[in-house]
Design a protein around this ligand. Structure first.
Ligand code: SF4
Length: 402
């Protein structure tokens, strides 16, 4: 058996019904059922190999994302079932879905198969804004999808986007109001980014639509923070709000240095050295010289569809020092910040002087503060640290450099 420290599993589904105008994620427009079946069969075979090796025995969370996993329909249910068989200790199981391909039947089948949570790509409850983004659903379809998930007993998260062309203060407030009226317990809020090479970037370039205004986006983020918090959805991470007990444990794993495994093209993994070596034998990962790396991060860069050969990976080795700096940086994304234990570990590895200088600078610039939480003193981001996140993360990240 290959004992590993993997506690979180991600599976990437690289298909969408069509491409949204702003999207640069790794997905392709596809409605070919045979292609979906082949992908699911291949993933199930991969998961079964992991099951036989016992790699996922201690895994606690799973997340099937994309792309649009709900386009797989029954194939998505098969994926959930196979992960459940391979990872008996899973406590939270999320699937991403888009409203146009998320039905009551699918919601019930996913719940029965063992999913606990669905993350719906709603983006807006304004039909004009949805059209401007190239989304396939309208506001009513989004409402139906949320209700279908709730009625099936799934915990529901929705994604919302601000800075959309045509969006006004009034329509943003209406979108937030619609989300709250549905009683969702988790909301993620993102500013629209104009990514190079997308149809939206071309529209901006030829002046057909204005570039998103950063001040407007900041106002939208601030408004969301106030309204969601007033409704009992607490900001627990830069972009995520949740009612007590409804934070996404899988996402928290990414920000707290927990080992995670990603399957599928563009899926990222992060493992300690020992777990990497154990998994390399099961998945055919490239061998890595024993040069003292504490942590290995890798991203699959090629397709894993049948007939495309052995997948290739981009691999990055992190020293102990880089790993602890990364943990501090990611920890500061979260409202609860980082605890004394992680700071003490950083002082041992990096040196107390450097760590304390970085902490002092974060405090003096008003980016962080000490709070009493979880029965200990923690270093947590302030409101300014939330707004100027890159400055705060930079201070921590720089500790990784010799
Ligand atoms: S549904 Fe999501 S992944 Fe698919 S094209 Fe739209 S934004 Fe991209």
């Amino acid at each position: 058996m290959a004992t590993t420290s993997v506690r979180a599993l991600y599976i990437h589904v690289p298909f969408c019904s069509s491409r949204c105008l702003y999207c640069d994620f790794d997905s392709r427009a596809c409605r070919d059922a045979a292609r979906f079946d082949a992908y699911v069969a291949h993933m199930v075979a991969c998961i079964n190999r992991l099951r036989e090796a016992g790699v996922l025995d201690a895994c606690r969370t799973a997340y099937i994302g994309g792309g649009t996993p709900s386009v797989l329909g029954a194939g998505l249910v098969s994926l959930v079932e196979s992960v459940r068989r391979a990872a008996p200790c899973i406590e939270e199981f999320s699937c991403e879905a888009n409203p146009e391909s998320f039905t009551s039947d699918l919601a019930l089948a996913l719940r029965t198969a063992g999913a606990t949570r669905v993350s719906l790509g709603v983006q807006s409850f304004d039909n004009g804004e949805l059209h401007a983004l190239g989304r396939l659903h309208d506001a009513e379809r989004a409402r139906c999808a949320v209700r279908a998930a709730q009625e099936a007993g799934l915990d529901v998260s929705i994604d919302l986007m601000c800075g959309i062309p045509l969006q006004t203060q009034e329509s943003w407030n209406a979108t937030l109001g619609a989300a709250l009226a549905l009683g969702v317990k988790h909301v993620s809020v993102y500013p629209l980014a104009i990514e190079e090479g997308t149809p939206l970037a071309r529209k901006v370039a030829r002046g057909a639509i204005p570039e998103p205004d950063e001040d407007v986006q900041a106002w939208c983020m601030e408004t969301a923070r106030c309204r969601l918090r007033d409704a009992g959805l607490v900001p627990y991470e830069v972009a995520s709000y949740a009612a007590p007990g409804h934070a996404c444990r899988h996402n928290i794993a990414y920000w707290t240095g927990v080992s995670y495994l990603g399957l599928g093209r563009s899926a990222a993994s992060m493992l300690d050295r020992e777990s990497y070596d154990a998994l390399a034998r099961v998945l055919g990962l490239p061998a890595v010289p024993d040069d003292g790396a504490a942590r290995l991060r890798f991203v699959q860069t090629t397709d894993e569809l049948p007939g495309t050969g052995q997948p290739r990976y981009e691999l990055e080795a992190l020293s102990e020092r880089e790993a602890v700096a990364e943990d501090l940086m990611l920890g500061m994304r979260m409202s609860r910040g980082v605890g004394e234990d992680l700071l003490a570990q950083a002082r041992t590895i990096v040196g107390a002087g450097q760590v304390d200088r970085a902490v002092d600078e974060a405090l003096s610039r008003g980016l962080a503060r000490w709070v009493e939480a979880e029965s200990e003193r923690r270093l947590a981001p302030t409101h300014d640290g939330w707004l100027l996140g890159n400055e705060l993360y930079g201070l921590m990240w720089d500790l990784g450099a010799c």
